[in-house]
Design a protein around this ligand. Structure first.
Ligand code: SF4
Ligand code: SF4
Length: 241
């Protein structure tokens, strides 16, 4: 219905499935029938995705967005034919860029996993409205995108501080936190979408969740060491001995 619905993840999925070029057609800018102006979102997403493609070594020309009305059939045919020819000239995805197919797939998978994080971090720019095409190339810079991936934030629960209050596990939107009553909680890094909710909701008196930027996350505490022995219980057990 709206080009604004074309998610960054959809485009990455298309490339991951070996598609050589992706074209997105949207209504003309400033002619949106709604107040949402989703075509600006689509444009910003494309500008971001093109920089991401450069970052992983793909030719950004493989992704194109164009704005036109439903009455501009001739223009549509011309644009599609031009784009089709360009993609044909570029050659097969990855091969033409000298990237190994397996490596490309794994790079795309890694980035796809980070899509919610990327959208969160770049939220402001993704919602901006660029009035002048000359501004397009400046919205996202190469350095910025390189930094985005080299400084990816991860969240980690400090086993020394976690008091198993379960707040984070209840609030995590993707059930990435493993825990339970009297069990030190652990983040499943494979499932975590880096939304930061656990960091926000962990009670200040515990401050058990830490943010790690651009560094490896410590390994999770082994399952057999996750039970928290409360001091009162420990004392009662000692008194009984
Ligand atoms: S950062 Fe978000 S997704 Fe990741 S564990 Fe915390 S709440 Fe869950
Ligand atoms: S909110 Fe904090 S203290 Fe509570 S279970 Fe999660 S990490 Fe542990």
């Amino acid at each position: 219905m709206c080009s604004g619905r074309v998610d960054l993840e959809f485009v990455l999925r298309a490339f991951s499935n070996g598609i050589d070029g992706v074209f997105i057609g949207g209504c003309r800018l400033n002619e949106c029938n709604y107040s949402t102006h989703g075509n600006y979102h689509a444009l910003n997403m494309v500008l971001l995705c093109r920089k991401i493609m450069e970052h992983i070594g793909l030719n950004p020309e493989r992704l194109k967005i164009e704005f036109m009305t439903s009455g501009e059939g001739i223009l549509f045919a011309e644009v599609m034919s031009e784009f089709g020819n360009k993609v044909n000239k570029l050659g097969p995805l990855g091969k033409a860029e000298g990237i190994d197919q397996k490596e490309l797939k794994s790079k795309l998978a890694e980035i796809t996993k980070l899509v919610p994080y990327i959208k969160l971090v770049k939220n402001e720019k993704l919602a901006s409205r660029l009035e002048n095409p000359e501004e397009y190339d400046k919205l996202f810079t190469k350095d910025e995108i390189d930094r985005l991936f080299s400084e990816v934030i991860s969240y980690y629960i400090d086993p020394e501080k976690c008091q198993a209050c379960m707040t984070c596990a209840k609030r995590c939107p993707v059930e990435a936190i493993v825990g339970g009553k009297n069990l030190i909680h652990v983040i499943d890094q494979e499932k975590c979408i880096k939304c930061g909710t656990c960091f926000e909701v962990c009670p200040p008196k515990f401050r058990a969740v830490t943010k790690i930027s651009g560094a490896p996350v410590p390994p999770p505490i082994p399952e057999e060491k996750r039970t928290i022995v409360r001091k009162s219980k420990e004392k009662a057990e000692k008194d009984n001995e």
